[in-house]
Design a protein around this ligand. Structure first.
Ligand code: PRX
Length: 689
């Protein structure tokens, strides 16, 4: 689809440029010697945006042929306490050649929190606003400058040290979207501690599992959460999680509790003296400066647990140098971000989008951003557009599920607000259907904003396939072309690379700087999960199609992972939560098309002998998933199943279950291998009962 006006506007803005020149102290400390004379200087990207497809193609070619040189030039704009070795990028992406390993900026030391805050303050930009916070309830607002954020981060870093946290220790963070959440992430990074943010919507059990897995030394949490009209007792859930974690053999030593008194005042918040401390009183008295811990480029920065097709969630590990360079570079170029812009990403820091495009990417670029505590429909479906109007937001980045939900309320909520400041819209987390794309483009963006449909994953750390605004034509529903350094391939089921127009599975053929480095504590699982299915490639788990123009169209997961409202949920996790209920003998979970959530959760449940199906039992089973994983993973449908369609070897035929859920039993295909084909008809008859 052509967006001529929008593209022109972008080209003009591009000429104005931000000119993100390295702060002076960086160039003084490190004379920027080029390692070799490049044919296409990647350093051009440090000062201007990609103008057109030709320029992109030339730079892209170089990024693939000379990744180390390409990313070295880009990395010059950051502060490195010591520089990398000439051949700083080393890797093995092929399990047949030995253990998988990826290293970027070998030999260098840096600190990402320093690059997010001190670097800007030292360059005289300490008075720039970094955060504009919008509370859940209208009228609750805060703003914070880079200099203030630096002081807050130092205070918190000092508290962490006083609690015994050392370089390399894991810190769990279980908080609402208060400014203290991204600040806490930066405080960990400042002292070389590894943060593990657990989304505030996860249950006590999920929190416990994550704290136990990474042996978190401390937990940072809050008394409560405000979400729309609801107040949630977060600390009560955290306490239960702490107990469960201790029972599993790991004791979290200290807990810092932020009194979020709008949601739950201190008087109503459980508190364990000796272990718990109040954030406001303890952090307040800490000094506002804290020395930076310079860490190796490959020092672990954070863990983020994500669902896979089997087993418990995996602790995806990202390290410092490569992640920093990649998050910052994608942020700047995908959003064509310029000084004076007001950027708003609606993601929660509990997910990767909140890590890379709220906590780190914007701050690395010195941006001003909105941090939103609430939900898009509270108190009315105009909330987002009111915030856009009030703050003159220029960039808005959200998930298709939010777009579909707001679209369902009608255009009037958008039209009653002045959204003329918007210049660019972003989409992330799931395929965006053309109808939602068009509404986003026409109604929200008044037909003048490019839409960047960014495909990426927790594991990739940053955008992988995405438009660069104005550089080439967009097509609704396609993430378009790969970012610099990303070599996507479409494979057939035997692992052969398909050329030209093709459909198959999406894999990546060489490392990019923010490649996940391991699954925490289980390198074997990392290798078998991501590098085992197609040796020589990183396997994404997604299917995709490449069209005649070379554009990529993500067709969804090809494994047993479902994407509900942009949240990744493993069907195996939901099944094990259901089976944990004493009445449930067996469960099989599949995804089905859902008009708002993208995919909904459809659970087939076989009850224990003698147990009667009932409304109450259905509620209990849904409750079991809520309390084991979190409310966002609650099944939308429970389908009573006297039996499940299995092959003679006992394997559940999920394909059949998906078809029944989709009411497409006329397209079942070959069911001759089923042990008991009669079960299909029984299931069809019981649908909706
Ligand atoms: O299936 C793809 C889908 O979300 C998965 C990654 O989920 P997660 O690790 O939770 O990260 C979400 C935020 C980056 C992918 O494997 N996905 C993500 N973005 C898109 C997408 N599917 C289609 N289009 C996208 N833009």
């Amino acid at each position: 689809m052509q967006l001529p006006k929008a593209l022109q506007a972008h080209q003009q803005q591009r000429r104005v440029g931000w000119g993100c020149a390295p702060p002076q102290h960086v160039s003084l400390r490190h004379s920027c010697k080029k390692q070799r004379a490049p044919t296409q200087a990647a350093s051009v990207l440090n000062t201007s945006f990609v103008a057109n497809k030709e320029q992109y193609m030339a730079l892209y070619k170089r990024s693939i042929e000379d990744p180390a040189g390409f990313w070295s030039e880009i990395a010059e704009q950051f502060h490195w306490e010591t520089k990398w070795e000439p051949n700083h990028m080393r890797y093995n992406f092929d399990v047949r050649q030995g253990p998988i390993s990826v290293e970027w900026f070998r030999g260098a030391t840096t600190n990402i929190a320093y690059n997010c805050l001190d670097r800007h303050v030292e360059a005289g930009r300490g008075g720039d606003t970094c955060f504009l916070w919008e509370g859940n309830d209208v009228g609750r607002q805060k703003s914070m400058t880079y200099a203030e954020a630096l002081e807050e981060v130092c205070r918190l870093a000092n508290w962490l040290k006083s609690a015994g946290v050392k370089k390399g220790d894991a810190v769990a963070i279980y908080m609402p979207m208060l400014l203290e959440l991204p600040l806490a992430m930066l405080a960990c990074a400042r002292i070389g501690a590894v943060h593990s943010v657990v989304f505030g919507g996860f249950s006590a059990e999920a929190l416990a599992g994550r704290m136990e897995d990474c042996k978190a030394k401390v937990l940072l949490t809050a008394s409560g959460v405000k979400r729309g009209p609801k107040n949630i007792d977060l600390k009560k859930i955290a306490d239960k999680g702490l107990d469960l974690c201790e029972k599993a053999g790991h004791k979290v030593e200290s807990v810092l509790v932020y009194e979020n008194d709008d949601a739950v005042p201190a008087a109503d918040c459980p508190f364990t003296p000796g272990r718990d401390q109040w954030w406001q009183s303890e952090v307040e008295r800490q000094p506002t400066t804290c020395p930076v811990e310079w860490v190796d480029s490959e020092h672990p920065l954070f863990l983020l647990y994500t669902s896979g097709s089997t087993g418990k969630p995996k602790g995806v590990l990202h390290t410092t140098g490569g992640y920093m360079v990649y998050a910052a570079t994608t942020m700047r170029h995908v959003f064509a971000l310029q000084r004076g812009d007001i950027y708003w990403c609606t993601a929660d820091c509990g997910w990767i989008t909140g890590h890379s495009y709220l906590a780190y990417g914007p701050l690395l670029n010195g941006a001003t951003q909105i941090v939103f505590e609430g939900v898009p429909t509270h108190p009315t479906p105009a909330r987002c557009w009111e915030v856009v109007a009030e703050h003159r937001v220029t960039h808005f980045y959200t998930a298709p599920t939010a777009i579909r939900s707001l679209m369902g309320f009608g255009d009037q909520w958008v039209k009653q607000c002045d959204t003329s400041s918007l210049r660019l819209l972003g989409s992330v987390g799931e395929p965006i259907n053309p109808e939602a794309w068009r509404w986003y483009h026409e109604v929200v963006g008044s037909g003048k904003c490019p839409i960047v449909d960014t495909w990426w994953q927790t594991e990739t750390g940053g955008h992988m396939i995405t438009p660069l605004p104005g550089a080439w034509e967009e097509k609704p529903g396609s993430a378009t072309l790969p970012f610099f350094g990303v070599r996507p391939v479409v494979l057939d089921d035997k692992g052969n690379e398909l050329e030209g127009e093709a459909e198959g599975v999406l894999a990546i053929a060489q490392p990019w700087p923010s490649t996940l480095r391991t699954v925490y504590g289980d390198h074997e699982r990392y290798q078998s999960n991501y590098f085992g299915p197609f040796p020589g490639y990183y396997f994404t788990g997604d299917g995709c199609r490449r069209d005649a123009d070379g554009y990529y169209w993500i067709t969804g997961r090809v494994d047993d992972v479902i994407n509900v409202s942009g949240h990744r949920i493993g069907t195996a996790e939901v099944e094990s939560a259901l089976v944990a209920h004493p009445a449930c003998a067996e469960a099989a979970v599949v995804g089905y098309d859902h008009p708002i959530k993208g995919q909904g959760i459809y659970a087939y449940v076989t009850l224990m002998n003698g147990v009667e199906a009932s409304k109450e039992l259905r509620k209990e089973l849904v409750g079991s998933v809520r309390s084991t994983i979190g409310a966002f993973a609650a099944p939308d449908v429970i389908h009573w199943a006297p039996g499940l369609p299995k092959t003679r070897s006992g394997k559940i035929m999920r394909r059949v279950l998906r078809k029944i859920a989709a009411k497409e039993e006329d397209q079942l295909g070959d069911v001759s291998t089923l042990a008991d084909p009669g079960v299909v008809q029984q299931l069809v008859e019981l649908r909706g009962k």
